[in-house]
Design a protein around this ligand. Structure first.
Ligand SMILES: *[C@@H]1O[C@H](CO)[C@@H](O)[C@H](O)[C@H]1NC(C)=O
Ligand SMILES: *[C@@H]1O[C@H](CO)[C@@H](O)[C@H](O)[C@H]1NC(C)=O
Ligand SMILES: *[C@@H]1O[C@H](CO)[C@@H](O)[C@H](O)[C@H]1NC(C)=O
Length: 156
């Protein structure tokens, strides 16, 4: 039984969820996770990644990790570009205290959580990743501001 089918156009794959209960894992708050010592024979269940060409993934943990490594390399590049704009934002902030704007931060995090279901991203991932992106960006911006001498600020 397919709980739902979502086409992820960016990577050209279709993800099939096989359990209506597991669908809850895509939303916050997560259901409570009861303790368990059950030991499963792996791989269990059916592949949940279906490519547009009709094949499925994955048949080994190594194959999965290769895909994750490729995605992580893309994420690192995107985060670098994002950090460039975060740095640029400091030029429009006149005091160190202006760097952290909690209401804007909350808006960005909530925006990611709200958008997550439309691209089949688990909301818990969106929430915590965005908190991490925002928190670390604040530290980076504060560092840039405090290490840029006022003389440079005036001359430019
Ligand atoms: C689970 O079962 C496998 C295979 O029988 C065994 O190698 C492994 O040690 C077990 N793990 C635990 C935590 O009991
Ligand atoms: C099907 O698509 C996947 C993902 O793009 C690719 O890795 C795989 O090699 C393709 N398989 C065939 C038989 O075309
Ligand atoms: C981000 O910072 C907020 C406020 O200090 C804190 O509540 C939250 O746990 C932090 N989240 C992460 C993922 O670092």
């Amino acid at each position: 039984m397919l709980g739902f089918l979502v086409g992820l156009q960016i990577v050209g794959l279709v993800v099939a969820s096989s359990s209506d209960l597991s669908d809850k894992c895509y939303f916050v708050p997560l259901p409570s996770i009861p303790p368990s010592t059950a030991n499963r024979t792996v791989p269990w269940g059916e592949p949940t990644i279906h490519y547009a060409n009709g094949t499925t993934c994955c048949s080994s943990l190594d194959e999965i990790r290769e895909n994750l490594d490729t995605i992580d390399a893309q994420l690192v590049k995107l985060l670098s570009t994002r950090a460039s704009y975060v740095r640029e934002a400091t030029r429009f902030k006149s005091t160190l205290a202006d760097v952290n704007d909690p209401s804007r931060n909350q808006q960005v995090i909530q925006g990611a959580v709200d958008a997550a279901p439309s691209v089949h991203l688990p909301q818990i991932v969106a929430e915590i990743v965005y908190e991490g992106i925002i928190n670390s960006s604040v530290l980076f911006e504060e560092c840039i501001v405090s290490t840029t001498p006022i003389s440079e600020v005036i001359c430019s």
